[in-house]
Design a protein around this ligand. Structure first.
Ligand code: NAD
Ligand code: IPM
Ligand code: MN
Length: 365
């Protein structure tokens, strides 16, 4: 099979981690008779530098013409990069949000599981982690605060800034269905996270989730307030199977969950619409603090490529092979800097971004 893959390498560590994911895709493709034709798509800071815009019409068209898009990360240091002197709509992140909207990628799936080999990289104590955890955050991705009206104006002589959090029932229903579908194929437990003790949008969220739950009697569900959810994640992560939540809460909770897996460099993600198409992106950012040093963890991007094989290309065996090769590489003690244990540990070796990609390729079967 031949696939057309759009590739957004992006900024910072983006090109470094995407190079490893492409390497792994090509290697697994050789084994399973799949070939990938890559088209580089400009987005983010690099697109600003080359075209003056964080996302062009041409880039959107190229993404649409692909079977799936693999992405690294975009953006720079938000305090020091000249990109952040530009108006907000021209900054790197505006490109990513516009692409998510243009491709209708309303469902962001972020699996957070603790590889047994990485127990020592998880900041929680052994008795809390127990046998580990395996959850998936289903984050609404094209609504809420990110896409509500915003303005900065002068009111009564003071500068006043406003962001609005809006959801309509259809937006909530489609993401709730997605999450219940995911839960039906897993341990059949869903936790819907909201702030219904304060927000109208959360009260509507709860009402619609209740309605959708009626169609999934096999899934046990609960509602949890977001502040409690942030606390429960570190108190007892094993209690979660599927977490369903709105855009901003999902952004924050997924970074928190990522650290429980050892590092943000482990957290893959798939951004999906109603078709087979998807944008596959690690959950973390462009990591300007370590860019160019060859030390970034490419595993989240490699696992995102595996999600692409599974969800967009129906190549489950190749996806499984990547998952097994990642686990095997960790099992043999290879770690990038971010998942190195705090203390010197026998049999654990630090490797570079590129070495990690090579090691995973060598273990593909
Ligand atoms: P970040 O995720 O880039 O970095 C946070 C910390 O995690 C840093 O210490 C970084 O070194 C580390 N880190 C991140 N990915 C890593 C990896 N693969 N391996 C090892 N360490 C890793 O978040 P930030 O510093 O808040 O944001 C930097 C820029 O990235 C901002 O411009 C932000 O808007 C952007 N961003 C982009 C995306 C995306 O493209 N999807 C996601 C998040 C943030
Ligand atoms: C993510 C990122 C993005 C988000 C930013 C870069 C707009 O943090 O994918 O988690 O907040 O969605
Ligand atoms: Mn984020």
């Amino acid at each position: 099979m031949d696939y057309k893959i759009g590739v957004i390498s992006g900024d910072g560590i983006g090109p470094e981690i995407v190079a490893e994911a492409k390497k792994v895709l090509d290697a697994v493709g050789k084994i399973y008779g799949i070939s990938f034709n890559y088209t580089e798509i400009l987005m983010g800071g690099i697109s600003i530098d080359k075209t003056g815009k964080p996302l062009t019409e041409e880039a959107i068209a190229d993404a649409k013409a692909s079977d799936a898009v693999l992405m690294g990360s975009i953006g720079g240091n938000t305090a020091t990069s000249p990109w952040y002197q530009l108006p907000p709509s021209l900054r790197p992140e505006a490109g990513l949000l516009a692409l998510r909207k243009a491709l209708k990628l309303f469902a962001n799936l972020r699996p957070a599981l603790l590889y047994p080999q990485l127990k020592e990289a998880c900041p929680l104590r052994d008795e809390i982690v127990g046998d580990g955890f395996d959850m998936i955050i289903v984050r609404e991705l094209t609504g809420g605060l990110y896409f509500g009206a915003r303005k900065t104006e002068e009111i009564d002589g003071r500068i006043t800034a406003t962001d609005t959090l809006t959801y309509n029932e259809d937006e909530i229903r489609r993401i709730a269905r997605k999450a219940f579908d995911v839960a039906s194929r897993r341990r059949k437990k869903l936790t819907s996270v909201d702030k219904a003790n304060v927000l109208d949008s959360s009260r509507l969220w709860r009402k619609i989730v209740e309605e959708v739950a009626g169609d999934y009697p096999q899934v046990a569900y609960e509602h949890m307030l977001v502040d409690n959810a942030a606390m429960q994640l570190v108190k007892d992560p094993g209690q979660f199977d599927v977490i369903l939540t709105e855009n901003m809460f999902g952004d924050i909770l997924s970074d928190e969950a990522s650290m429980l897996t050892g590092s943000i460099g482990m957290l893959a993600s798939a951004s999906l619409n109603e078709t087979k198409f998807g944008l596959y992106e690690p959950s973390g950012g462009s990591a300007p603090d370590i860019a160019g040093q060859g030390i970034a963890n490419p595993i989240a991007t490699i696992l995102s490529a595996a999600m692409m094989l599974r969800f967009s290309l129906d190549q489950d065996r190749a996806a499984d092979a990547i998952g097994a090769a990642v686990a095997g590489t960790l099992e043999e003690g290879y770690r990038t800097a971010d998942i190195m244990p705090q203390r010197e540990t026998r049999g654990i070796r630090q490797v570079s971004t590129c070495e990690m990609g090579d090691l995973i390729c060598q273990r593909l079967v």
